[in-house]
Design a protein around this ligand. Sequence first.
Ligand code: GLU
Length: 276
Amino acid sequence: MTVTRFAPSPNGPLHLGHAYSAIVAHDLAQQAGGRFLLRIEDIDGPRSRPELADEFRRDLEWLGLEWEEVPAQSTRLDAYEDAARGLLERGYLYPCTCTRAEIEALEPRLGSQGAIYPGTCKGRLLDPEKPAALRLDVSRAMADCGELAWEDELAGSQLADPREAGDVVIVRKDAPASYHLAATLDDAADGVTLVTRGADLFAASHIHRLLQALLGLPVPRWHHHGLLTDGGGQKLAKRRGSPSLADRREGGEDGLLLAEQLRLRRFPAGISLINA
Ligand code: GLU
């Protein structure tokens, strides 16, 4: 059975890009007679605003979507800790005390997801007083796992190339998991068979494929859909003036009509789809 999901982080309101993503995931499940899940990814520490989750549910309802909600990430911390402990014991993680500013000052190579960590703390004696994150030793993991294939419904067959993302953080300084560990474990626990999300997370999927191999998890298929951008070619964001779904809903706009327009890829003036 096809199981898709929409996994928003309650760090800010949803906008048109999220609506498009939720509709794509919903419709792929519906066309296959499958299930569409909603998972609230609320482990972003102080950036997470729990009250937004209710607003998200109202937005999805307004768009005419039906979903099954699975437990939010904040209720799954034990599972993340167990998995991270196992990876650490097996030698796949190393502590890193670098701050974001320190990493940027190193002038690292830039990947599609931002700065690629140059491995500064790997094998280094660290100050035990400093808070440490745990990073994935990608070359070690790749050497043990060998070639890993995965399939994107739109982009076709892929060979995992996690070096594009680098030694990503697996356990954050302030949370028992990073997005990568939490989302990978959750997709497996929730029985997701088709991971549906924006093309901006394509590089993350290479890492997730590697984590699946290390953790013995089932391998889903992926569907990285195009991204909605504003006139300047930038991803939509409220801070750049793109109205939130809540603004549109509260302003009396017809959500069902908006959903139909998005399905037909008829976007409001100035908005276009890229990477589709
Ligand atoms: N929580 C992530 C976000 O809001 C989405 C992660 C995913 O779909 O894998 O960007």
